[in-house]
Ligand binder design. Structure first.
Ligand code: FES
Length: 71
């Protein structure tokens, strides 16, 4: 049985996507996702120069968000 893709909301950082995914833009054109990597990090702070991927700019930008799922 295939494991579901997991998207983890990291504190003060990106969305970590674990599992094989296709990442496409609004026109349906595929972004190249590195093969063999266990996860990709998607920017949610808006500061990355390599969107939709996280480039670590959230740290210098002081992005704060520690979202938790409701109980
Ligand atoms: S979340 Fe890392 S650069 Fe935006």
């Amino acid at each position: 049985m295939t494991q579901p893709i997991q998207i983890k909301v990291l504190d003060h950082g990106p969305l970590l996507v674990q599992g094989e995914v296709q990442l496409v833009d609004a026109d349906g054109k595929q972004f190249s996702v590195p093969e063999g990597k266990p996860a990709i990090a998607l920017c949610r702070c808006g500061l990355s120069k390599n969107r939709p991927f996280c480039d670590g700019a959230h740290k210098a930008g002081g992005f704060e968000a520690a979202d938790r799922a409701p109980n």
